[in-house]
Design a protein around this ligand. Structure first.
Ligand code: NAD
Length: 542
């Protein structure tokens, strides 16, 4: 049996509106009530077996200390060892499956998520990670569907890449999944990142040990169950929430450790890279290290910028999901002439953003993820309030009485190197530096050199030569660069995502560049007419 089989041409999953009166709104509200009304009991899952270790952690909604969503069982070193052995075993059989059978599992998961599972994953994300219906929809529904549909399509484009063959010879490349196991370590802020970090290496035949963030275990568990229902065999992905240090030590000390698929903070990624370096001699293969990490994402406006577009981009780009997107705008450079015109409306619009429980769909922002984040973000706000180099011009209030709520905050930073212009704050805080209109070119250099990161950035200008200059001077300042648009909201298949410098390895999630990292090509040369004697013609007698 053979055939040049192709997965269906991918299309982006449409974003549902959840406007009053829509069926999706009714369904989502029912799912929210159901998840909020039950206590989940989430196990470690190894080889399809649910393991309740008894070392439990409660799950509380970040926006409502009184809302207990259940508990999860933590894996430790022993479960990690078991899971690794099981993953390596399961991978042998899985890697031998035909590509179309493996792809079908993920394409089915995409369809299940687009329909019956959509409200469950969205509700779990809204409650567990404190997201609005819209922010959950673009993450836990649309982006996961897109990662799986486009992932299958991009994998086929890689498989199509074949060498030429000379006469009498047939050259070909087989794309083998990595030998051993891939360690996927995911952050709290996007359910889709967990699905992608674990799912994409698995789709192309790898075995995956998946350690989700402790703040996203609920949505991670439902993601795992979705894949199970779609037909993912036991052990291909093992789900091991738990102590990050113990699990990482088990994974990275193991000779079969073949790759790290990480998204999270820069410091953690650098420490994992160090561990790999120290252990390098013990591995069977050189591990692939893929990490997407922090950002200090910018908006830079030229005097010709469209005022309304700039103001809207600052508000949406900085405050959606409480600024807890790696791509969130968190520093802006605005010329004096533009600032005079927009500052009043910008402050008013920021102050008017409704904040509260995601169950109340009128809210634009919800709570930050936990007490640690709350303390760190409010520390920046308090220091800005006390500093002569900065003024808090909108927001600045916070309360952890009911949940971890911080008002969307605008800081005017008089000093361009004030800490809020340089550090990743990862919260609803936007710092703005106002520059003299004539200092456009110097300001671009300041944007480039102020932070070690290079994830996303945006230029606003109606003047093409200014756009061109920003593109050139900021060539290495962002892996995702936007012209007259906010720097968030990358869509799979449209804006492959990732940054350079301290922001990561820039392997572009949801693209061929990422998928290729989980494959190890084998070149095969077959000779139909092999030489029959050792001597070459030039060696003959004259
Ligand atoms: P985090 O670094 O705290 O955690 C990420 C993961 O690493 C979690 O699974 C966590 O348990 C694990 N971890 C933490 N300490 C560890 C240790 N010592 N050893 C091994 N594993 C460890 O990040 P977070 O708070 O979950 O996410 C926010 C960060 O992620 C921000 O810095 C943000 O910019 C970044 N992020 C980047 C992107 C991107 O595409 N560049 C996307 C999303 C988030």
């Amino acid at each position: 049996m053979s055939g040049t089989i192709r997965v269906p041409a991918p299309v982006n999953e449409p974003i549902l509106s959840y406007a009053p009166g829509t069926p999706e709104r009714t369904e989502l509200k029912a799912a929210l009530r159901s998840i909020a009304g039950q206590e989940a009991d989430i196990p470690v899952i190894i080889g399809g077996e649910e393991i309740r270790t008894g070392r439990t952690h409660a799950i509380h909604a970040p926006h409502d200390h009184g809302l207990r969503l259940g508990e999860w069982h933590a894996a430790g070193a022993e479960e990690a060892q078991r899971a690794i052995a099981n993953t390596v075993d399961a991978r042998r059989e899985w890697a031998s499956w035909r590509w179309e059978d493996r792809a079908a599992v993920f394409l089915k998961a995409a369809e299940l998520l687009a329909e019956p599972w959509r409200s469950t994953l969205n509700a779990a994300t809204m409650l567990g990670q404190s997201k609005t219906a819209f922010q959950a929809e673009i993450d836990s529904a649309c982006e996961i569907v897109d990662f799986f549909r486009f992932g299958a399509h991009f994998a086929e484009r890689i498989f199509d890449h074949q060498p030429i063959s000379d006469r009498g010879i047939w050259n070909r490349i087989e794309y083998r999944p990595l030998e051993g196991f891939v360690y996927a370590v995911s952050p709290f802020n996007f359910t889709a990142i967990g699905a992608n970090l674990a799912g994409i290496p698995a789709m192309v035949g790898c075995g995956v040990l998946w350690k989700p963030s402790k703040h996203a275990v609920l949505s991670g568990y439902y993601t795992y169950k979705l894949l199970e229902e779609a037909g993912l065999p036991p052990g291909v992905i093992n789900f091991v929430p738990g102590d990050p240090v113990e699990i990482t030590a088990a994974a990275m000390d193991h000779p079969d450790f073949a790759g790290l698929h990480f998204t999270g903070s820069t410091g953690v990624f650098q420490s994992l890279w160090n561990t790999v370096g120290r252990n390098i001699a013990r591995y069977r293969s050189y591990p692939r290290l893929v990490g997407e990490t922090g950002g200090k994402d910018f908006i830079v406006a030229h005097p010709s910028a469209d005022r309304d577009a700039l103001r809207t981009a600052i508000v949406r780009g900085s405050f959606e999901y409480q600024g807890q997107k790696c791509s969130a705008a968190s520093r802006a450079y605005v010329p004096e002439s533009v600032w005079k015109e927009i500052s009043g409306d910008l402050v008013a619009e920021t102050d008017a953003l409704a904040m509260g429980d995601p169950m109340d769909f009128r809210n634009f922002v919800n709570a930050v993820i936990d007490r640690g984040a709350f303390q760190s973000i409010t520390g920046y706000i308090d220091r800005a309030k006390a500093s002569p180099d900065a003024d808090v011009i909108a927001g600045g209030e916070y309360s952890d009485a009911d949940g971890f709520f911080i008002r969307p905050t605008l800081i005017r930073a008089h000093a361009p190197d004030h800490e809020t212009m340089c550090d990743e704050i990862f919260g609803p805080v936007m710092s703005i530096h106002v520059y003299p209109d004539a200092a456009w070119s110097e300001t671009l250099d300041m944007v480039d050199s102020t932070s070690p990161y290079a994830l996303t950035g945006a230029v606003f200008s109606q003047d093409r030569s200014a756009v061109r200059e920003a593109m050139d001077r900021l060539q290495n300042a962002a892996g995702n660069f936007y012209i007259n648009d906010k720097p968030t909201g990358a869509v799979v298949g449209q804006q492959p995502f990732g940054g350079g410098r301290a922001s990561g390895t820039n392997d572009k999630a949801g693209s061929v560049f990422n998928i290729i990292r989980w494959l190890s090509p084998r070149t095969i040369k077959e000779n139909f007419a092999p030489p029959m004697s050792t001597a070459y013609p030039f060696m003959g007698e004259e």
